[in-house]
Design a protein around this ligand. Sequence first.
Ligand code: COA
Length: 177
Amino acid sequence: MFFYDIETERLFLKNISMDDREFIFRQFSDDVVNRYLFDTEPLTDVEGADEIIGFYIQPEPRLQHRWIIVRKADGIKMGTCGFHCWNHEEGKVEIGYDLKEEFWGNGYMQEAMKEVITFAIKNMSIKEINACIFIDNKRSSHLVENLGFVLSGSRYELFRCKEYLHNIYSLKLTYLA
Ligand SMILES: CC(C)(COP(=O)(O)OP(=O)(O)OC[C@H]1O[C@@H](n2cnc3c(N)ncnc32)[C@H](O)[C@@H]1OP(=O)(O)O)[C@@H](O)C(=O)NCCC(=O)NCCS
């Protein structure tokens, strides 16, 4: 298996599976979690969760992956994180992440993403990791800046016939060598 489960000090990053459908439904029907996610409508039924999971468990090799973020202390599922749009030729990939609001402010996502970035460096021959963040999503921008990403551009994303300005933050891994 190319994408494997990861353990950090306080977290398990567990490969997403069909066992997570109830959690994925709750997570992506939550208005707070979805507030700045302008790529899909909030879920209204559990079949929508099956579609999301199906996308992330397509047979390898695939261009995307998602881990469920589980708190070690009590086994609670707190959110998800992972990759999409992996461009093998250019050595680029995009990251995505989400936590339920009750778990914000504890450094959990920073802890998870450090290991996800380490995974990309070790296993994916990645030169550049990008995050596409809606301009008002301050917590998300703060997170990637803390991880060493720098603002590298911006673009509009079209959603429900409206354009939303997103900043692109990049981590150029050659700079870290
Ligand atoms: C983006 C998102 C994951 C950020 O969550 P977050 O809680 O701010 O990020 P972290 O888990 O890394 O926590 C960092 C915070 O914990 C604090 N913290 C507390 N204990 C900490 C510890 N042991 N280590 C590090 N930071 C700690 C930090 O000071 C920081 O707080 P601050 O922002 O007030 O300074 C969250 O807002 C979210 O899920 N949003 C909805 C989905 C979304 O928008 N996803 C991104 C789309 S681009």
